[in-house]
Write a protein that binds this ligand. Sequence first.
Ligand SMILES: [Zn+2]
Length: 594
Amino acid sequence: MKIGIEIHQRLLANKLFCGCSSELAEDQPHDFIIRRQLRPVLSELGEMDEASRHEFESRKQFEYLVYKRNDCLVELDEEPPHSMNAEALKIALQIAFHLNAKPLDEIHVMRKIVIDGSNTCGFQRTAIIALDGWIETSKGKVGIQTVAIEEESAGIVNADNGKVVYRLDRLGIPLVEIATAPEIKDGQHLLEVAEKIGMILRATGKVARGLGTIRQDVNVSIEGGARVEIKGAQDLRMLPKLAELEISRQQQLLAILEELKSRGRPHVKREFVDVTHIFGATESKLLKTGINSGQSVFAINLPNHAGLLGREIGPNRRYGTELSDYAKSAGVKGIIHSDESMEKYGIKPAEIQELRTTLNMQPSDAFVLVVAEPAKAKKALQKVYERASMDFVPKETRKANADATTSFMRPLPGKARLYPETDVPPIRLTKEFLLAVEKEKGRSLEEKRENLLSMLNKEMAEQILKSKNLKLFEELAADFPSIEPTLIANTLENTLTALRREGLELKDGEAVLRNIFKEYSAGKFVKAAIPEILALIAKGEKTASAIKKFERIGGESLEKIVRECDYNAKTVMVKYRLHVDPKELESVIAKVKK
Ligand SMILES: [Zn+2]
């Protein structure tokens, strides 16, 4: 068994080959729309990429939403790329250093064919910048094979009826792509590796944060199986189950292949039979609706497949689901196969009998039906035929489903997919340049952990290390050495979270926090008042007036209160907890009593 992971992380820098803003347009309206249709061509080596051919066969129309603030002629593919954004390259190299990878002395930008329309030019620009790194894990070192810098694709808005809509604000944002060696031992280890790389990336403080800014692709293969790349795992916690289910899926597929072999595997015939006439008077709602709207029913005989289509290969997934995924890639909604309950579809035994006769079926054979326009139905059955004819587990790109199972997306792209980008000259990385970049790489994750442990207890140090507030904490702790680091950490991690739970969000939070800690270190209010002040500000109150409401009471005013409260610290605190510092109160009581 082999498991590897590829991590894509957006960098905090302008776009890679034009310098447009990488700040997404979010819910701002687009300025105009461009419509395109892509066609695949042979690579410079004269080969047609399998993934491209597959995508072309589904003949999609593409629509691009263009945002003037985020896009220029480069995103529209009407102008060649500019030279690579030096800032993005520096950040990616610093990440490579943190992963112990060795930078190349020359960077060659390549084109990776991407024909799902998510790149207007039909390829993604990518360049390997470093090789042969490693990270330490609880199960030994895991190799980092490559560190690359590349462009983000356009963001998908929706896809239906052969038309896909993308937004171009995302296209061209710089990404670092980190690929581990296939040395990950199991699902839990996969999670550990992904988390560790994520922490190393965030610790640089130079990567984008938030939803969608980091993506993981998992590669899994087992002995006798095939390399399968799984895209779109939404949640890191899903990774162990994802890897385990993929391993088990491949094992089940191998068992099905064994079973077919033992049955004496006859060739599947490439015969797609129009069986619409059998269902002329059908009570099956699905078939009737299709036929009434001018569609046809087509069928294929899968010899010796009886019982195998219903064989489970994962939770709620059967071998028939695999065939169905392939059929769906030709644009149909799904298939009906002979291991399913025909009652469910309202298909009568007599209809099945006639179908079996028409297809010349033996009792050990299985059938697959589709209902669609004839051309589409035949294309779907062609996909089913191709999948059922394989005497191996296919190399595939699959997408992660919410339950950690996966569905077929497209064949795994071949090597013909990569070729040189002739519009961007190679970039020399001189020793001097690399030394300067390494110098600025900042503290490593381990050094940061040490630093945090010198200020915080172990639990809080680990929490901050994983937190999105890491950079802000480090800055505040350095700027306000007189404030206990634990107070800063607690405010960032606990107070703000508690406010958020009440639906209160600080606007311009960093600036507000800086201001609050500045005033606190000047003695304007006491520790206990911080959550109250922040809550007021989050509700819209000005910082100065919020602070005024919780002004610290000290000196003569406090002495007066102490006398009124009969020198009882408890009584004072009950009344003035948010205004009085307990330590000061103690010394005032001692002084006044004398
Ligand atoms: Zn641009």
